[in-house]
Design a protein around this ligand. Structure first.
Ligand code: NAI
Length: 334
């Protein structure tokens, strides 16, 4: 079957890593029509908007998008395209699998956990005001609807992917109402999933346990702010942001992206490592039901990285983006 997929190459190293990933996907046998769209500063120049309506329509129509990184100006200019996409398409769940990859330098081996982060509320609702000069109030919004929705997503994901346990991460001992509502919503959803163990950890203790014994965790489910922080902490456990995938998933659309940025310092030099976006594309393949292609690509990535002779500079090698991409393609049938 041919899939129609919205492609957002992005800017900086975005076009280099997306074209590498598309090449690997097609070499592995994915049949796809790519509906390519600009976003961010390039879209602003051509269409007068950072998030053109045609792009949103394309994702709504195709229901799946693969997205390269997009530059966000610091301290001014336009607001983040990534946040705009999440809001416009109501991508309520952020999925961040954290896998140890053979031979990638890191402190631990055998980590295989998944973070599910609520993506729409909490302290990121953007509701802040100055009460009087020198006093600012930032509102942390937790609703039963959003907590229940993301909890269902986490338990469904666990069941579909053979996971055994969902751990809710919270601070309900202090924020008894807000985080208390999150926790009680998760526990209520858990009643419908007797095959999955549900437990919980207070966020500070969870961070300590993650750093000391990360392999004990399976699926971690948390509100927006803790999810943002803990998912980067976990990326650090397996070698950094350059090798972790991510997806933002809603009821009717899903956007798969790398979590690193547009790397302006190496853009256009052919040095970018496409692994993070490739792993995100593997999540996309599984979302599309293309498990065989996903498995083949994953085996090829492991083979090339384990072999160690072809690596990009960020992983201590000398290979260009194209040399690394070709090495993966050569290993697809090995
Ligand atoms: P960055 O992730 O772009 O770069 C940090 C460092 O990591 C740089 O030295 C860069 O060369 C290196 N790096 C990143 N990705 C790499 C890759 N695939 N291969 C090899 N090296 C890589 O973070 P930075 O510099 O803070 O952000 C640059 C721009 O990207 C900013 O405008 C930021 O807002 C944007 N950004 C966009 C994201 C997205 O679209 N999802 C996420 C994070 C940042």
């Amino acid at each position: 079957m041919t899939h129609r997929i919205t492609l957002i190459p992005g800017d900086g190293i975005g076009p280099e890593v997306t074209s590498a990933v598309v090449h690997i996907l097609e070499s592995a046998g994915l049949k796809a029509e790519w509906d390519s769209h600009l976003a961010g500063v390039l879209a602003l120049e051509q269409h007068g908007k950072t998030l053109p309506q045609e792009l949103l329509d394309s994702i709504t129509r195709n229901t799946v998008a693969l997205k390269g990184p997009i530059t966000t100006p610091v301290g001014g200019g336009f607001t983040s395209v990534n946040v705009g996409l999440r809001k416009a398409l109501n991508l309520f769940a952020n999925l961040r699998p954290v896998w140890s990859i053979p031979s990638v330098p890191s402190r631990y081996e055998g980590i295989d956990l998944v973070i599910v982060r609520e993506n729409t509320e909490d302290l990121y609702s953007g509701l802040e005001h100055e009460v009087v000069p020198g006093v600012v109030e930032s509102l942390k919004i937790i609703t039963e609807v959003a907590s229940t929705r993301v909890a269902r997503f986490a338990f469904d994901y666990a069941r579909r992917n053979g996971r055994k346990r969902v751990t809710a991460v919270h601070k309900a001992n202090i924020m008894k109402l807000g985080d208390g509502l999150f926790l009680s919503s998760v526990r209520k959803v858990a009643e419908s999933y007797p095959d999955i163990v549900c437990d919980d950890r207070i966020v500070d203790a969870a961070c300590m346990h993650l750093v000391m014994h990360p392999t004990q965790f399976d699926v971690l489910l948390m509100p927006n702010l803790y999810g943002d922080i803990v998912s980067d902490l976990c990326a650090g456990l397996v070698g950094g942001l350059g090798i972790v995938p991510a997806a933002n998933i809603g009821v009717s659309a899903a956007v798969f992206e790398a979590v690193h940025g547009s790397a302006p310092d190496i853009a256009g030099k052919g040095l970018a490592n496409p692994t993070a976006l490739l792993l995100s594309a593997i999540l996309m393949l599984r979302h599309l039901g293309e498990h065989d292609i996903a498995d083949r690509i994953m085996r090829a990535v492991h083979a090339v990285l384990s072999d160690g002779t072809v690596r990009t500079r960020d992983l201590g090698g000398t290979a260009s983006t194209i040399e690394y991409t070709d090495a993966i393609v050569r290993r697809l049938d090995a």
